[in-house]
Design a protein around this ligand. Structure first.
Ligand code: HEM
Length: 153
């Protein structure tokens, strides 16, 4: 004899906002689900803070308030610390775009130091050091989820 057992409502698959296709939903609005994804966001935020402080230290050097030593020390730490971003993205299987973008950040960080070294031979190359810093800010900010795009238009 066959008995009819209905599926209890709590056993049904919960519908999350990420699983519902909403045309206007932006990357920033999608909830961060896994612990690794949250760790990646935290690292991106720390990196963004580090890069901001780094630009401030560059300002101290440019305007003669201090030497460039704080900038060089923090710069080395920020460059090394940025490796955490692709490693977490890769080990946490955070998606191809995020992984590629994280490796790009690390690559540009390495380039950031090399631009100064190359600039000692061809000074024009060093002028790309602040430009590359701007690219890094944009890239890291895009992963730090600090903005909620609420259709500003
Ligand atoms: C992502 C942000 C930045 C990072 C990670 C970074 C990193 C570094 C590092 C590691 C060095 C030492 C390189 C070496 O000696 O081989 C350096 C030097 C330097 N940086 Fe940056 N930098 C950043 C942004 C900037 C910005 C926005 C400026 C704008 C003026 C700047 C100006 C300089 C200058 C002038 C030096 C040469 C200092 C000297 O040799 O006396 N940096 N930076």
């Amino acid at each position: 004899m066959q008995t009819l057992i209905s599926t209890p409502p709590e056993a049904a698959q919960p519908i999350t906002s990420a699983s519902v296709p909403v045309a206007s939903q932006t990357i920033a609005a999608i909830p961060v689900r896994s612990r690794t994804a949250r760790a990646h966001v935290v690292i991106a935020r720390i990196l963004l803070g580090g890069v901001t402080l780094q630009i401030f230290f560059a300002g101290l050097g440019v305007f003669g308030v201090s030497s460039f030593l704080p900038h060089m020390i923090l710069g080395t730490l920020v460059i090394l610390g940025s490796l955490a971003l692709p490693l977490v993205a890769w080990r946490g299987h955070l998606g191809a775009t995020l992984q590629r973008r994280s490796w790009l950040v690390f690559g540009l960080m390495i380039l950031q130091g090399l631009l100064i070294d190359a600039g000692r031979i061809v000074p024009l190359v060093a002028a790309f050091h602040p430009v590359n810093a701007m690219l890094l800010v944009l890239l890291v900010a895009s992963m730090a989820r600090i903005t909620r795009d609420r259709n500003l238009a």
